[in-house]
Design a protein around this ligand. Structure first.
Ligand code: ADP
Ligand code: MG
Ligand code: ZN
Length: 484
């Protein structure tokens, strides 16, 4: 590695430039079997056991497209606001690698499944739309294992279980201008695809992998700079790190009079650096041609509608509805729609409590990590409902909540047993109020002498005497009428 590669530009130089980023996101579709054969996609099976002549690329074996994979890909396309093409075509992308026994990947080229989509992101409160150029289907390669074996110094092992796993590749427009925007974009993709259950997007299992195309240009310049494509970004943190490193590296190269070459670089998570791997191949290097073993993929309007009607309400529509129908703040609606489980949980709490706004506060107050098993939505809804109906003060509700989680009991049972019900009944309150007035003649005199603010003290005394169970509004009323 040259020393030039090591020198990163300082922040004041970086500030003169604008990063331009486009992402290629590979997502494994959540089918039980592979894209062109019946082998299971299960993770963690012993090496080379989930294989057959088709995914091993043995001579004469023919691929058959998995219908379920197409439907999940369509769901992903719709959810990412793409137009689904009525006709798409598989193509061979030819290259040699030990984890690719066929000698080519079955992908799509100029006739992809979907195109013209977008993801809306917000960074520091500013909203922005990131374009999606296209989504195509393809099969995954196997895994080369360079480490972890006794003889890894001499051998590389190949596990072909992943060969033929169904993928979609989502290619963005070069619309992102910072690592933070890239982070938000991938987060948006992940949330959306999990929402429609197209994929688990589990990065630890490699179900979401990302390549970042990065270039820089002087601020104000119109023309894009030459890009480098950084591969091997298998976590959100690495994606951010790699982009930041790459921007600082490219600025340093340009500022020292050098030029950026279009190349493929590899991110090293141990050092946080990217290293040149090979000069970037162009499409013609792959000798793409239409896959002769598969017919073109026709997606009829009827099929499309069937898939569409089986889809859940999408996050953006949910967010809109939470604001319009429940009157939530935009931010709260966004938090509550971040996962499908949370949104569904919230809707039960809102419905049971009949008080959607207070319900939002309590669900968000649980850290957005509410587990249905620890705190059933119906129970939380009941608790919020008791506050709304004035049966329980907010303060006491906060004490009841941990007991609900501990015992698994609904709030009504706990409130009943511990005698925590809010006292709104005037008869019961009157007794406490009279006792407090009798015990505090000085304050009573002050109030009657015109120092009406002293009522706050008296309310406090009643609340204390009732062990927090008195309804503060009722106490206020009662005190005022007694003192008049
Ligand atoms: P390839 O298949 O060669 O990687 P694609 O046309 O699929 O090429 O584009 C790859 C990605 O590169 C896209 O996400 C695109 O937005 C992005 N991209 C294109 N030009 C630039 C650039 N100058 N700087 C940053 N990203 C770019
Ligand atoms: Mg690429
Ligand atoms: Zn197979």
């Amino acid at each position: 590695m040259s020393t030039l590669e090591m020198e990163l530009a300082p922040p004041e130089l970086i500030a003169k430039y604008e990063p331009v980023i486009g992402l290629e996101v590979h997502v494994q579709l959540g089918t039980r079997t592979k894209i062109f054969c019946g082998c299971p996609t299960s993770f963690g099976a012993p090496p080379n056991t989930n294989v057959c002549p088709v995914c091993l690329g043995l001579p004469g074996a023919l691929p058959v497209l998995n219908r379920e994979a197409v439907e999940l890909a369509i769901k992903a396309g719709i959810a990412l606001n793409c137009a689904i093409r009525p006709l798409s075509r598989f193509a061979r992308k030819n290259y040699f690698y030990p984890d690719l026994p066929k000698g080519y990947q079955i992908s799509m080229y100029d006739e992809p499944l979907a195109e013209h989509g977008y993801v809306d992101i917000s960074v520091d409160g500013a909203r922005k739309r990131i374009g999606i150029t296209r989504i195509h289907m393809e099969d995954d390669a196997g895994k080369s294992q360079h480490e972890g074996f006794r003889d890894s110094d001499r051998f590389t092992y190949v596990d072909l279980n992943r060969c033929g796993a169904p993928l979609i590749e989502i290619v963005s427009e070069p619309d992102m201008r910072s690592a933070d925007e890239a982070f938000e974009y991938v987060t948006g993709i992940k949330q959306t695809l999990q929402f429609v259950e197209a994929s688990t997007c589990d990065m630890e299992k490699g179900h979401l992998r990302c390549d970042a195309n990065v270039s820089v240009r002087l601020k104000g310049a119109e023309k894009f700079g030459t890009r480098a494509e950084v591969k091997n970004l298998n976590s959100f943190r690495f994606l951010k790190q790699a982009i930041e490193y790459e921007v600082a590296r490219q600025v340093a190269v340009i500022e020292s009079g050098g030029t950026i070459h279009q190349e493929t670089r590899l991110f090293d998570s141990n050092t946080g650096e990217t290293h040149g791997m090979r000069s970037k191949e162009d499409a013609h290097d792959y000798r793409y041609f239409p896959e002769p073993d598969l017919v073109p993929l026709h997606i009829s309007e009827k099929w499309l509608n069937e898939v569409r009607s089986a889809m859940p309400e999408l996050p953006a529509a949910k967010r809109f509805r939470f604001v319009e129908v429940y009157g939530l703040r935009e931010y709260d609606a966004e938090v509550l729609t971040s996962t499908r489980a949370l949104a569904e949980y919230y809707e039960i709490v809102a419905e049971v409590s009949q008080d959607p706004k207070t319900a939002a506060n309590w669900v968000i107050g649980q850290g957005g990590e509410v587990a249905e098993s620890a705190l059933p939505a119906r129970h939380l809804g009941e608790l919020v409902g008791m506050i709304a109906k004035g049966e329980l003060t907010g303060k006491l509700a906060k004490e009841v909540l941990p007991k609900m989680i501990e015992t698994g009991e609904p709030p009504s049972v706990i409130v009943e047993r511990e005698g925590l019900k809010q006292i709104s009944d005037t008869g019961a309150l009157a007794k406490i109020v009279d006792d407090v007035l009798a015990a505090n003649p000085k304050q009573v005199e002050q109030y009657r002498g015109g120092k009406t603010t002293v009522i706050g003290f008296l309310v406090g005394q009643v609340m204390k005497a009732s062990r927090g169970q008195a309804n503060p509004a009722a106490v206020n009323e009662l005190l005022k009428s007694r003192l008049a």
